[in-house]
Design a protein around this ligand. Structure first.
Ligand code: AMP
Length: 430
């Protein structure tokens, strides 16, 4: 009996995984330019970590965590996001003692028990960054510039960075009251969930996806009109610094984020080609978080991008995954040739190129068919004659020509490439 994978948990198959590797390699390169260092965080954390940071009344904590009691009674969970883990690690290892500013990046799977659909999985992968120890607008702008550089390096064409300010503990209560008053005045028109949000987490009123609530939103108060002087100046400076560098930010006055810890600058990146799940990344500032998790009173800011969604956007743009095609396919004919093929493949691989080698028991026709499927530009044919003469025949698939006796069976990679190149040049001149 076949055992299928679990709903919402997907394989990333060969071919597609090449795209993932490239995304991660590109991200790594860009992060290093900005002086971020990698942290590898565990997948299992204490459930309390997310209750206290992400927020008790958020969807993530309320409905979506894979939390369970471990055999020793500890309540643990598969991590639903990376920021709280990064903060936990920062605090646990007193990273601030080594450096007043800590810049971390991470890759890895996150788990949320959401309703699966295109671009929404229960296990998904994020690329994230966090900065601890700076609360000036300059670092917010740097993080936004980093996001913009990343999108360009990934070759995402339609990415748009939307920003908003969420205020701070000084000004948010006033905004919250204004929002509650507005919500009360619309109580009969808003959905049941929003009526509940009105009591528990009024900011989330602005996040509702119900068409009725979405339409009403335009009449809701905006945080931007309720900021204290410091938050207003901070936000204006962030936008100005990005503008100076030519990085466009779209103002989204009703954007709130699905996690409670954000304050001041919040942002979300959207792209085309995803349908309704059009957010490819999001982040923001979280100044009280480190302190609330037992660390020093330092500011923090970060973001995370969803790898599955980045891959979908690239696919929609028609960007092919990078090729993993070997340079040579070695086709031995008969058992005597097989051992020579084995040795030759090993020599070429050790010299640094990709080689696929077949077993000797098959016909040339069937091996050529396999070779064609791999896409290898050169097929090395090792038949009885070649072995007897201690040479090889190379079929140049692009030139559609056989190169006989151009190198010996004991050739190295360099000589082989040079001989194949020379054969092509001679042919082109002729
Ligand atoms: P968040 O941690 O909620 O701010 O999400 C950051 C990014 O992670 C989103 O913009 C998505 O690209 C990705 N993401 C979040 N949840 C999922 C999910 N269930 N499936 C796939 N990607 C997700």
């Amino acid at each position: 009996m076949k055992i299928p994978s679990v709903k919402g948990f997907h394989d990333v198959l060969p071919g597609e995984s090449a795209r993932w590797s490239r995304l991660e390699a590109t991200a790594r390169e860009v992060f290093l330019r900005y002086n971020f260092a990698e942290v590898r965080l565990p997948i299992v954390e204490r459930a309390e970590l997310f209750r206290r940071s992400v927020g008790e009344t958020t969807d993530i904590v309320e409905k979506e965590m894979y939390a369970f009691e471990d055999r020793d009674g500890t309540e643990v969970t598969l991590r639903p996001e990376g920021t709280a883990s990064a903060v936990r690690s920062y605090v646990e290892h007193t990273m601030q003692a080594a450096e007043p500013v800590t810049k971390l990046f991470y890759f890895g799977p996150m788990f949320r028990r959401e309703r699966p659909q295109r671009g929404r999985l229960r296990q998904f992968s994020q690329i994230g960054v966090e900065v601890f120890g700076r609360d000036d607008p300059g670092i917010d702008a740097e993080v936004l510039l980093l996001m913009s550089d990343l999108l360009r390096a990934f070759e995402i064409e339609s990415g748009e960075i939307g920003v908003n300010t969420l205020g701070c503990s000084e000004c948010r209560p006033g905004f919250r009251s204004a929002l509650v008053a507005w919500g009360e005045s619309k109580r009969d028109a808003i959905c049941g969930d929003c009526q509940r949000r009105l009591e528990q987490n009024p900011l989330r009123l602005l996040d509702c996806k119900q068409p009725g609530c979405e339409a009403l939103r335009e009449t809701a108060p905006k945080m931007l009109d309720h900021t204290c002087l410091a938050c207003g100046e901070h936000f204006a400076r962030v936008r100005q610094l990005c503008e100076f560098q030519g990085v466009e930010l779209a103002l989204r006055p009703y954007m709130v984020r699905g996690l409670d810890y954000y304050c001041r600058t919040a942002f979300e990146v959207t792209a085309q080609g995803l349908g309704s799940q059009n957010a490819i990344g999001g982040g923001g500032r979280y100044d009280g978080l480190v302190r609330s998790l037992g660390g020093p009173a330092v500011g923090g800011i970060g973001f995370a991008l969803g790898v599955e969604r980045l891959a979908l956007v690239l696919e929609a743009q028609g960007v092919e995954p990078p090729s993993t095609t070997p340079e040579f396919f070695v086709a031995p004919l008969g058992s005597a040739a097989e051992e020579h093929a084995f040795a030759l493949a090993h020599r070429l691989r050790s010299a640094g190129t990709g080689v696929e080698v077949d077993a000797g028991g098959k016909s040339l026709k069937s091996q050529m068919r396999r070779a064609g499927k791999t896409g290898a530009p050169y097929v090395i044919i090792l038949g009885e004659d070649e072995v007897a003469q201690q040479t090889i025949t190379v079929r140049d698939m692009e030139a559609r020509a056989d190169r006989r006796n151009v190198v010996g069976l004991d050739t190295n990679l360099e000589d082989l490439r040079a001989a194949l190149q020379a054969a092509r040049s001679t042919e082109e001149q002729a």
